[in-house]
Design a protein around this ligand. Structure first.
Ligand code: SAH
Length: 213
């Protein structure tokens, strides 16, 4: 997985590659999908949600430029796989999941794997986690019509925010940087397709199609 899917496509962050080499991705997918856990596509994790494709996880994580001491906010805990990677690369991870069943399952697994620097909360991640702000890095793992205002407010000076922005069928992976002077710069990192970010500053709850990757 690491050689063919990540290194050959240009992922170079050595700390990230080392973590993805040893983290057991199969533990984060349903047992009947263990045989496909390291393949080059997303997989269903229940509740109509998916664990992202390994390359997308790597691309988004690399874009956060984590060096070790960061406080990170993640929106969309899902399986907890991305959460574990962030916890290996940064000091503290705060992760918000809208669906309680997924949050509880991820929390249980991450605790069993002995992560002590992760906190999981059930709620609307488009509102952020104001009590813990500011964050050095913010990662949103669901697609949004726009960058939620509260997340921009909770991004610290020098911070990086990565989020898929677009309609419900396709999005542009977008990185927002806040300079040390405070101004924001948006960068386009290419196309992607995620399940919808549902919340006050994302999509409305009403049913729509296309929620499968
Ligand atoms: N990083 C996860 C991706 C899961 S898919 C993984 O690789 O397993 C995206 C997740 O975002 C889903 O679990 C979905 O329930 C969650 N989500 C959608 N809108 C949300 C919101 N407003 N706040 C928090 N989580 C949200």
């Amino acid at each position: 997985m690491v050689e063919t899917q990540l290194i050959h496509r240009g992922i170079t962050d050595q700390r990230l590659l080392a973590v993805m080499r040893r983290l057991p991705r199969h533990k984060f997918v349903p047992r009947h999908l263990w045989g496909q856990a390291y393949y080059d596509y997303p997989l269903p994790i229940g509740e109509d949600q998916t664990i992202s494709q390994p390359y997308i996880v790597a691309l988004m994580t690399e874009a956060l430029e984590l060096a070790g001491p960061e406080k990170v906010l993640e929106i969309g805990t899902g399986s907890g796989y991305q959460t574990a990677i962030l916890a290996e690369l940064a000091e503290q991870v705060f992760s918000i999941e809208r669906l309680a069943a997924l949050a509880r399952q991820a929390e249980g697994l991450l605790a069993a794997m002995r992560y002590r620097n992760i906190r999981v909360r059930v709620g609307d991640g488009t509102l952020g986690w104001p009590e813990e702000a500011p964050f050095d890095a913010i990662l949103v793992t669901a697609g949004s019509p726009q960058v939620p205002g509260p997340l921009l407010e909770q991004l610290g000076l020098g911070g990086r925010l990565v989020i898929p922005v677009g309609n419900q069928y396709s999005q542009i992976l977008t990185r927002v940087r806040r300079s040390f002077q405070g101004d924001l710069k948006h960068e386009d990192m290419g196309g992607c397709r995620f399940v919808r970010l549902i919340g006050a500053h994302g999509w409305q709850e009403e049913k729509g199609g296309g929620e499968w990757f």
